[in-house]
Ligand binder design. Sequence first.
Ligand code: NDP
Length: 444
Amino acid sequence: MTYTQELKKMIQKRDPNETEFIQATSEVLDSISLALDDHPEYIESGVLDRMIEPERQIIFRVPWVDDQGAVQVNRGYRVEFNSALGPYKGGLRFHSSVNLGIIKFLGFEQIFKNALTGLPMGGGKGGSDFDPHGKSDSEVMRFCQSFMSELYRHIGQFKDVPAGDIGVGKREIGFLFGQYKRLANEYSGVLTGKDLSYGGSLLRTQATGYGLLYFTKAMTDDHGLNLKDKLCVISGSGNVAIYAAYKAKELGLKVIAMSDSDGYIYDKEGIDIDLVQTIKEVKRARIKTYINDRPKAEYHKGSKGIWQIKCDVALPCATQNEMDLLDAKTLVQNGVQVVAEGANMPLSREASDYLVQNKILYGPAKAANAGGVAVSGLEMSQNSLRLKWSVEEVDERLKKIMNDIYREASLTAAKYGQKDNLIVGANIAGFLRVAEAMYLQGVV
Ligand code: NDP
């Protein structure tokens, strides 16, 4: 058994119920096994053994009182995975499906993604099984304040800097920041994704979606494929999906379908993105109400059906494992040319392997959706400098970071004999950066 196979076995033995964590570590370990021959020092110093175990995992009770006066109790998590390159950095997810295995998979992926941006950020992730759907603003505020009442003692601008993720947007970040400031008696860039009025960065809201399209364009340009008039399907209708849709449209693609966790809309004339944004962000309503204003569009129950729609470019931007092997086969049969991941690990391992085998241009999440954390890193820089950069300045840096990530992943894949396999390229490139820093810092 090889060294990486032994590590995979150990993870399965240690955390048998953490299926998403097993899936994420297994993919990375398979990729980096190709690079280990060049680096016996990483094996000898146990870099990998240490990398797969979080530096610290915090699990805590989050009690709060709902609008009826009843006490509710949720579970909070923060997994501080790796600080070799900088303070732990990664979002908070509020969703009923959250458990330790999901937070660990997200935190693990974040290490390599953050490394790929070239910015000084370690990897971490957190969240709660709290579901903000249907809660009043006051309930969300009380929950966020209780969550931060425990979290504040573990985070700090030089320690751990959380941000948003599923279920955590500007509203939640505002409540979390207010409570941190009150408890720590300190005004610092301890969270990113803040509103512009109190230290947020221009373009942070748009960054993941825009970055996904910048990455996609770098990848398609490199292969001589023009995106103009290509049909595009985007799953989800949250922060990532909406700004991916706006940038896709700007680049000349035609977005014809989007979804939420109940179902999807298909509008062959092109999705009215402003309308989707109003429904999801302003009204906090369901995507099915889209057809009230656009009667020629169709609504279908069940979000997975979206992958049946014929398209050239598919951008999964909702959640993990939303596309399985069957969906990938359907997309390929329907002539898909490009799949790029806005969400984290949206494809099952079988689905991503199938796309790579079938030579589909495929942008894996660690590389393709790194724009969000990249601009979070730029938000941290601006907070430290007490400066605010213009939209043009942030956009320019974001574009450069996404182009550099594409180039690095592509060159690394080719170097290890896996041309165009950006899964391998991104995993090895991110790994080498973190591994070298861990090696030089000794056994800690
Ligand atoms: P949001 O909460 O803003 O939106 C999530 C979207 O996905 C909603 O449309 C939601 O539908 C849908 N969704 C959630 N769960 C499911 C499910 N089980 N099945 C189908 N649809 C689902 O989150 P974000 O847009 O911020 O995050 C989306 C993805 O992008 C996540 O994987 C996240 O980790 C990743 N990501 C986010 C970054 C960011 O900057 N925000 C950065 C990098 C990655 P509904 O409204 O019904 O809940």
